[in-house]
Design a protein around this ligand. Sequence first.
Ligand code: ADP
Ligand code: MG
Length: 476
Amino acid sequence: MPEKNCEEIWNNCLSIIRDNVTIQNFKTWFKPIKAVKLENMVLTVQVPSQFFYEWIENNYITLIKKTLKRELGKDAKLEYNILLETSSGKKPYVTKIPSNEQDKIKNNPVNFPINMNENSTIRNPFIIPGLQKININPQLNESYTFESFVEGECNRLARSAGFAVSQNPGGTSFNPLFIYGGGGLGKTHLANAIGIEVKNNFSDKTVLYVSADKFQTQFVDAIMDNKKNDFVHFYQSIDVLIIDDVQFLCGKEKTQDVFFHIFNHLHQNKKQVILTSDKAPVDIIGMEQRLLSRFKWGLSADLQSPDLETRLAILKKKIKNDGIDIPYEVIEYIGYSITTNVRELEGALISLLAQSSLNKKEITIDLAKNMLDKFVKNTVREVSIDYIQKVVCDYFDIPIETMKSKTRKREIVQCRQLAMFFSKQMTKNSLAMIGKHCGNKDHATVLHACKTVNNLADTDKRFKGYISDIEKKLSI
Ligand code: ADP
Ligand code: MG
């Protein structure tokens, strides 16, 4: 067989990968990869840094493996060359790390009432046909553990209920456990963490994670193949069933119907059901009442936007896990600027790391300011009152608590007034909200502060200097 060209193979892989990731991710993570060698079904690719390698392994390895196997056959393997900068910075050398093959979390084989003769092709993609028994791949994401899930005020109830369930699946009153909250707040992570923890505690329990969307597609396939019973039996054989994003079933009556029967069976048999949704059961529209009422049988717990403390803790944890060194002020800057959800927060950090590692630039606050704008698209990033307070207080070297206290000392009042002034200028918060944040003052106080600052800016040169200094620090 003529030796296939490694670049050609890699380019074919890329054309498939391109359709499966966002353009931004494609540019960030795949453009910089170079194919360097193809030998004995092993494709070697060169990546720009250790961090890059780890990111690819953690996030894209399944996709890459799949495409590579399509190109080269099932024995295809991937190896990495990682460019390491030497201290002189001139001659990068190369280290070789084989890509990780193992798949740690497994279910034990279970007996299954499906006709397993050779002609029956089981359409359910979670089933790997065995000799007498079948294996059900739990489909859990191994990096979404409790260990890596940072606890905070915003997720305390959901997290502890989830943990309780994982110690005693099916045996607590949290059945179903219904976790809800907006996008990127950690529903999928927490749901997986419960599944992983169940497997750690009870290795013989069959756990299955499935998105509602996949559940629905499988159901439609099963109907077309006349295998509805197999589908139902399959799901009824699970001990811990995790269905992610159940809101997806809204308006899909047939799927809701079959889910209703599966749910009842599992619940009656003390099997655990874990559901996630972007809305609370009461707010879900287009779902049958009998299902909604069952969702409320157990416990509904919500995930809220992370507060500043939790955001900083999450960033610190990610950085520690990745073994990366970033100045604390940069972490703070990201934590203060991105307030929406954890996914955005992570995205910002990752873009920053990627850029610094690609361009071999040191991570500084300036790089962070530049990058956040370019790379975290879709985020409506607005400076927060918290961040403004921090910048203003740092500028005058006054602790935030003192600024928020009742003291009438002149320089403190001035600092407080500037924080109020910039909050009014740079955020969409109401006067009342700003006042509340700056030591429980009322809206009239904030209005007065804005007027005073404007007056002083016109009359006091030194004060004008303060304003423009702080403005610079706040500008992104
Ligand atoms: P959702 O399913 O609610 O849209 P995800 O579970 O996908 O959100 O979370 C988005 C990202 O944020 C994931 O990478 C996840 O690991 C991370 N994440 C969310 N919450 C936390 C948390 N409390 N601690 C650490 N990482 C978190
Ligand atoms: Mg999710």
